[in-house]
Write a protein that binds this ligand. Structure first.
Ligand code: FES
Length: 109
């Protein structure tokens, strides 16, 4: 099994992010409305704000501070003021366990 076990599937409520640690890195784990689980860097690229405290909406995670919305699949900001992406991590689900690969996924432009 590659990745670090971070939580149970049942710990991640639909449309609400959960902040977990993968080694020294804070990660926001999100279950979208379709039930798919995603993992993004927890720190907003516009400021020192936990994205897990934000809002999950339409396959995005929105920073509560100034409203930048990050795509769950790519980490790209869809709205300003953030303009740098957050890292995204591969997620594996085995039974009720969620594993996150500690190496960020490569997202091609
Ligand atoms: S700190 Fe996240 S959008 Fe400003």
């Amino acid at each position: 099994m590659s990745g670090v076990r971070v939580c149970s599937v049942s710990d991640v409520r639909v449309d609400q992010a959960l902040r977990v640690m993968v080694g020294d890195v804070a990660v926001a784990v999100v279950r979208d409305s379709a039930g798919e689980i995603h993992a993004l860097g927890d720190k907003c690229t516009h400021g020192d704000i936990s994205l897990a405290e934000g809002f999950v909406e339409d396959d995005t995670l929105e920073c509560w501070a100034h409203g930048s919305r990050f795509e769950l699949n790519t980490g790209r900001p869809l709205t300003l003021p953030a303009y740098e992406p957050v890292p995204v991590f591969a997620v594996t689900v085995v039974d009720d366990d969620v594993y996150v690969d500690p190496a960020p996924k490569r997202i091609d432009a």
